[in-house]
Write a protein that binds this ligand. Sequence first.
Ligand code: GDP
Length: 578
Amino acid sequence: MAARLNRSAADIVRFLLQQGEMVTATQSLSDDMIELFAAELGAEVRITEPGAEQEEELLRALEVDLADEGAQIRPAVVTVMGHVDHGKTLLLDRIRSSNVVEGEAGGITQHIGAYQTTRGDHRITFIDTPGHEAFTAMRARGAQATDVVVLVVAADDGVMPQTAEAIDHAQAADVPIIVAINKMDRPGADADRVRAQLAERGLVPESYGGEVITVPMSAMTGEGIDELLDQILLVAELEELTAPASGRAVGIVLEAHLDRGRGPVATVLVQRGTLRIGEPMVAGAAWGRVRAMTDDRGAPLSEAGPSMPVEVLGLGEVARSGDLFVVAPDEKTAGKVAETREHWQRQASLAGTAGGSGGGARLEDIFKQVQAGETATLNLVLKADVHGSLEAVTDSLRKLEREDVKLSFVSRGVGGINENDVQLAAASEATIIGFNVRPDRNARQTAETEDVEVRLYEIIYDLISDVQNAMVGLLEPEFEEIVVGEAQVRQVFRISGVGPVAGCVVEHGNVRSGAKVRFLRDGTIIWKGAISSLRHFQDDVAEVSAGMECGIGLSDFSDLKEGDVIETYTEREIARVA
Ligand code: GDP
């Protein structure tokens, strides 16, 4: 970088040191540091994802043919989602076992991450990891394996939080949803109530004049499963799912692990072309020659066509799920491509950037897109403390929409920002906006590793003006809050003359006397202020660190409850690069 900017490496090190960044001349720099230094010099830098352009080059080297010539109908690939305990696993097991031909190897099935079933003359591929986590994690890496989502809703329980999450994830990916209203055998099962709840969520069932197919069923008795499969076939037909079956195979790694006896094992989903034994393949940064292939019954295969999930042996390393795999023209190219990718991955991890795909229309970047004359869409995940404020913020944001800047709410909800929100934002290239709510620790960590922008507000005016300013390229310098510690209230003591004191355990970081705090209940901010007294046993102390107990007094605030969280923080101004 020094060479490109006609400076000495020492200049860079010195400048970054002044900014509080300790680096040496041989160390990799993060994107932020590079931008900081370039801004100082008035130089223009363009940060490209590690390998975004080069990746295209590699795919060219691999001579990947993505022409649709000779495309044929292929089986649909289905992911089952829904709230915990609503019956996803039982449904997947039922569909799988109903199809095991009597006497066939005693019905021994292997869980390789996906399986195929037949219905009449047709086949359907099911991804065997239920839930939206795997689905979204893959999408965050740029891979879309699923054609149809089956949303399982228990008829006696109705639409629950994870049902709503699953709907958001499927809709964000623009994948059609079929609703399986499960547990119809249960007393209290009420399919119509479920349909009404779905309609409220914008998934309007056919019986309500909408387009969403709902199938009442029971994974326990087996009732309705055939009907569900028929509906999947119907949707697949409407979607006109096709892929060429000839040519070198391209697809996605669904699962990968190291097997002691067999070495690296990967389950891949072929998306186009045909994969054959003996072919050289690259999967992300792993490569090798296909030594053996088996299907979900453990039966050996010599080739696998579109939508077929197969377990592959022969890669030299464990691939990552979500990686693209490609059959290479020859072994040499395969090795070279894998080596180049590994090099980038190492560089990216050294520089502390996440790598992979991502980025997209962050609040900070939206103006660049507008300037470039593109219609920009700002994707938002919006979380607020109560329903009223959620609606108010939504309405105000909607009013900001212009010809050239559209807003799209990937999801909106009430409550603290959780990991699911961050995953969804990462997969949809969205910015998270929190109003009177906070991210929990997992969400914060994931946001950091996935490089998701999280913006938190307590004043609606600030929120609106930030979004407005982002649209005209005028984002103000921002105060970044750094969370210093977190303590959980275990017990509340009422001490006369002192007021209530929260008996806490410091869960992480540290808590200092006088520190700024936010008082959180279920991820929602209910009070802000400072710590007025801090005690460890009988003694007044200045600081208490993780793992220790302490008594925290907060002036002017007495509504303390067990399970509440006290978060301490400091503020730092971060400069914005226009
Ligand atoms: P998952 O968490 O969504 O994968 O749910 P499971 O498949 O593990 O099912 C949760 C529980 O509900 C298990 O005890 C199942 O046996 C039961 N279950 C699933 N489907 C049905 C059904 O259609 N009827 C009844 N009565 N029980 C069911």
